[in-house]
Design a protein around this ligand. Structure first.
Ligand SMILES: [Mn+2]
Length: 174
């Protein structure tokens, strides 16, 4: 009777176009790097901070953002493409009750806590600041993760995230 919350992003054609694939790989890297931060003793926002770093660097490397990564993070430039947080508590409710801060400090993660990890990149169809090929592409990869003493336990690992797995699942080119 517990809730779950999962997102996978598939190319409608069954095969990722080059720009879709390039953005997808950035989101996947952010998902994996953020998940690795879901360990006891880290604070609530560490997975999000990591996802922001990976996504900002990826957007810069692909030319959607220009400038130095630390400055782009500080100025929140990434928010044009990644405008939500990386996760939320998960339990009896999809967005479960529970504090994210205690006494104005990010809460420390403890074994047994369950959260989502859901970085994304969304390029609006009318986003004129980027090359045409990026416009209209939206990607989110959301997993449900339990914090354990042995590290992050990805409860949704049975659902494919790798590009080749998704293409195979869609009947496209693997
Ligand atoms: Mn969610």
């Amino acid at each position: 009777m517990y809730a779950s919350d999962v997102t996978r992003t598939f190319p409608v054609s069954g095969t990722f176009s080059a720009p879709q694939r390039e953005l997808y790989e950035v989101v996947l890297e952010a998902n994996l790097a953020a998940t690795a931060k879901a360990v006891p003793g880290n604070h609530w926002n560490e997975p999000h901070d990591k996802a922001v770093d990976v996504i900002t660097k990826g957007l810069k490397d692909l030319g959607l953002l220009e400038g130095r990564v630390p400055q782009l993070v500080k100025s929140l430039a990434y928010r044009k493409f990644f405008m939500h947080k990386t996760g939320h508590w998960l339990g009896l409710d999809v967005h479960d009750v529970g504090d994210y801060k205690v006494a104005d400090q990010w809460r420390l993660l403890e074994p047994g806590m369950v959260m989502t990890i859901e970085p994304g990149i969304y390029v609006a169809p009318g986003e004129r600041s980027v090359d045409k090929r990026w416009r209209g592409i939206g990607i989110r990869i959301e997993d449900d993760v339990q914090v354990t003493r042995d590290g992050p336990d990805v409860l949704t690992r049975g659902l494919p995230t790798a590009v080749d797995e998704i293409q195979r699942h869609m009947g496209g080119r693997a």
